[in-house]
Design a protein around this ligand. Structure first.
Ligand SMILES: Nc1ncnc2c1ncn2[C@@H]1O[C@H](COP(=O)(O)OP(=O)(O)OP(=O)(O)O)[C@@H](O)[C@H]1O
Length: 304
């Protein structure tokens, strides 16, 4: 197991930044750690990095408690975090050479810089780097020594679309090499494409953990059914609104749009339409985005 969190809790005075979070991330898995600002993502990551000590519970990396043996934990890890600091006068290459020496690794700095797309700036001082270039250098540093676990705190922030694509490709390559990747984000649509599983944090609590696919099909998440008919039957809107799980009905240009609260409502709607005088020409289901799942989960879960 790459990461194990057991009933992890961190309080700052009255604020519970992380509340009773339990979670495992397996070797070779890409895990997206999602949630709005202030949800507790960075605090959880900082506990894994031993920058912050938990109030209760336990965190471990490959069975190592970072509090007990931070050095052993660090040896297995590559990290890009808010706390990744740079020496403004040193070049990108010098930063990498230092990171490689610290890890006693044998990477070629040039290869890493090429991978993250800043080889052209290898010999420039980091003081003149943009936010995106710093992110790229931070990722290159995180990749040093082929770590078994890569932890990335908001890696996609500050990147242009090409940069985000480069990061996603690298995350996939690292997973294919067998590494686990744990990364936080509050930008849902950047996460959907690359995660094996996601965990959603809200207000310090882990409110959902599953595959993106499974979260999309959670019964609570509303989705829209679009049915094209050769005619719109009389009173169909009122009829459908009587069904359990049907939340909204609208029509335009021969297409009936039905907002369903769950999957079973979908079958009821189709069966009913089939019994009317109208002929069904086409049926489409709008899959809920992870953003919708996130909003629903974040809004609906009551506070303990
Ligand atoms: N050192 C600290 N002292 C007091 N409160 C803190 C401290 N660090 C974090 N918090 C509080 O803990 C909560 C969780 O913060 P955290 O930074 O972990 O959230 P986050 O999900 O990473 O948010 P963001 O996406 O904005 O980085 C917030 O209410 C924050 O104000």
């Amino acid at each position: 197991m790459a990461i194990e969190l057991r009933s992890l809790t961190k309080r700052y005075g009255d604020i519970c930044a992380v509340e009773d979070v339990s979670l495992t991330v397996e070797q070779g898995e890409v895990f997206g750690f999602l949630g709005p600002n202030g949800a507790g993502k960075s605090t959880t990551i900082n506990i894994l990095l031993d920058f912050v000590r938990p109030t209760a519970g336990r965190a471990s990396i490959f069975g190592i408690d970072p509090q007990e043996d931070p050095r052993a934990a660090r040896e297995r890890l590559g990290v890009l975090s808010e706390a990744t600091g740079f020496y403004e006068r040193d070049t990108a290459r010098e930063h990498l050479e230092f990171a490689i020496a610290m890890k006693r690794a044998d990477d070629d700095p040039q290869v890493l810089l090429e991978r993250v797309g800043i080889a052209d700036a290898a010999d420039r001082a980091v003081g003149g780097f943009s936010k995106g270039m710093r992110q790229r250098l931070g990722l290159a540093i995180a990749l040093v020594g082929e770590p078994d676990l890569i932890i990335l705190d908001e890696p996609l922030g500050g990147l242009d679309p090409t940069g985000a694509q480069t990061f996603r490709n690298i995350i996939r390559e690292e997973r294919d090499r067998g590494a686990a990747v744990f990364f936080s984000s509050h930008i849902m649509d950047q996460v959907e494409a690359i995660c094996d599983r996601v965990g959603i944090m809200n207000d310090g609590r882990l409110v959902a953990v599953d595959t993106v696919e499974a979260l999309r099909t959670t019964p609570e998440v509303p989705f829209e059914l679009s049915v094209t008919l050769d005619m719109i039957p009389d009173r169909i809107q009122d009829d459908l609104l009587c069904f359990d799980g049907v939340e909204a009905v609208s029509t335009s240009d021969g297409v009936l749009r039905v907002g369903c609260a769950d999957a079973s409502a979908k079958a009821d709607v189709i069966t009913h339409l089939d019994d009317t005088e109208a002929a069904i020409l086409d049926v489409r289901t709008g899959e809920p985005s992870l953003e919708q799942v996130f909003m629903e989960t974040a809004v609906e879960v009551p506070r303990a």
